[in-house]
Design a protein around this ligand. Structure first.
Ligand SMILES: Cc1cc2nc3c(=O)[nH]c(=O)nc-3n(C[C@H](O)[C@H](O)[C@H](O)COP(=O)(O)OP(=O)(O)OC[C@H]3O[C@@H](n4cnc5c(N)ncnc54)[C@H](O)[C@@H]3O)c2cc1C
Length: 413
């Protein structure tokens, strides 16, 4: 019997993992991206990969911090005022998601999705590639003072509840751990079982290579339209038309543009973030350092020290505000006083985000052959392999190993 055909749109970390898993399951898979693999949001993120990536963005009491963040030019949150009317429904829903019961639900859901991520990457990459690309050093979250807000206590209770192991460090113990840190850092949280990739772009490419080795086909083409029917799906791209039995949409922040707007509607927004990768930095920390005050990572990558994070609501088509990337450097200097570098590269990317921080992983309510896998927000590197397993079981009609209710379309529209 000929193999059934699947087209996966989007060769970011999510689409690549889905394509590989479906090819392993015996489908004839074509992975399409308008760029080369891993050039979307998966290119320049902070590289954090962890089963303890479970804290949703909306947590109790967060609304109290928003005014302070918005009026601080160097703060972790920025909004283009022109974009507010468009983003308002999303922002309003986001505030509703900060209720304790909702945030708890999101954390437990993310924990289920991400809990086996390292073993999953080991199985995907093989031992050698895994050891080359992923390091398990733990993450160190650093603060000027021990955080004591309602939200901070809530985050602690979530970690305790879910069983995330951490160690609290004070004063000089912090510098014994990471000597480059400023004396102003008086409190830190070491999360030991957390990992990171030394280069997220190379990680996506390694997954795509595995996919191609087992017969998967990558095509660079810009998808213009998706025409689904009872029998399958037709993908109309700039160069070619691709017919398939099944279609999986993994186009990250752009996924919404590929949905039938009149039928399938979801509340997806892009949370823009920036990175500044410092070339030949004066030192490399031993592990990713997360600034709890300014909300960004400093990750020792294989091509420099990457400062990455912050959130900007500005829509998909606005020009980047590169001063947000420069701000990362001034904030990093307040953590690492002796930091200098020979040069830097700035990058901007759009996180595909839902107000709940839970991705959409489901079949379209309109067409039974079209599947959606997007909206991984701040945690796509951790959630991609688990997402691929859910999608593969959905496409094949197998029973699911996890409760998929939280990922359903009904929870995201
Ligand atoms: C600053 C920053 C730091 C981050 N840090 C972390 C972190 O430490 N850990 C973590 O887990 N996550 C992190 N994230 C989030 C993470 O990067 C995302 O969740 C993840 O990359 C999303 O992957 P994706 O495959 O869904 O999307 P993408 O990587 O954006 O892939 C989508 C792909 O679809 C393609 N596409 C879109 N439309 C079309 C079309 N019409 N035709 C063809 N192709 C199309 C795009 O070209 C793109 O390659 C961070 C994000 C940012 C911005």
């Amino acid at each position: 019997m000929p193999k059934k055909k699947v087209v996966v749109i989007g060769a970011g970390i999510v689409g690549s993992c889905c394509a590989l898993r479906l090819a392993k399951d015996g489908y004839s898979v074509t992975l399409i991206d308008k760029s080369m693999p891993g050039h979307g949001c998966s290119f320049g993120n902070a590289g954090g990969i962890s089963s303890s990536s479970i804290i949703p963005m909306a947590i109790p009491g967060i609304w109290k911090k928003i005014p302070e963040w918005l009026f601080d030019r160097e703060g972790p949150l920025s909004v283009r005022w022109k974009h507010i009317p468009k983003a308002f429904p999303w922002l309003f829903k986001w505030l509703l998601e900060s209720r304790e019961s909702h945030a708890k639900y999101a954390a437990h859901t993310l924990s289920e999705l991400n809990k086996d991520v390292l073993n999953q990457y080991k199985a995907i990459l093989g031992e050698e590639e895994y050891n080359r690309l992923i390091k398990t050093t733990g993450h160190l979250h650093v603060f000027k003072e021990k955080p004591v807000s309602k939200g901070d206590f809530f985050v602690k209770s979530l970690r305790d509840d879910i069983g995330v192991h951490y160690e609290e460090l004070y004063g000089e113990d912090i510098r014994n751990f990471e000597p480059s840190l400023s004396d102003d850092i008086r409190y830190a949280l070491y999360i030991g079982n957390a990992s990171y990739t030394v280069n997220p772009h190379l990680l996506v490419n390694a997954v795509v290579k595995k996919f191609e080795e087992i017969g998967g086909i990558f095509v660079q083409d810009d998808v213009k339209e998706v025409i689904a029917s009872e029998a399958g799906a037709r993908v109309v791209s700039r160069v070619n038309t691709h017919d398939a039995d099944f279609l999986v949409v993994c186009a990250g922040a752009l996924s919404k543009t590929l949905m039938r707007k009149d039928l399938d509607k979801v509340m997806l927004e892009n949370e823009r973030g920036y990175h500044l990768t410092l070339m030949n930095p004066s030192f490399m920390p031993n592990l990713p350092i997360v600034s709890g005050d300014h909300k960004f990572f400093s990750t020792p990558m294989n091509n420099g020290l990457r400062l990455a994070g912050t959130v900007e609501f500005s829509g998909l088509s606005s020009l980047p505000n590169w001063s947000r990337a420069d701000t990362l450097l001034s904030n990093a200097k307040s953590i690492f006083p002796s930091l200098s570098a020979s040069g830097s590269e700035a990058w901007v990317g759009d996180r595909p985000s839902f107000p709940s921080s839970i991705p959409l992983i489901d079949v379209s309510p309109t067409y039974k052959n079209v599947f959606y896998a997007f909206g991984h927000g701040h945690y796509g590197m951790s959630g991609a392999p688990g997402t691929a397993n859910i999608i593969a079981d959905m496409v094949s009609g197998n029973s699911q190993k996890v409760d998929i209710t939280p990922f359903s379309y009904a929870m995201h529209c």
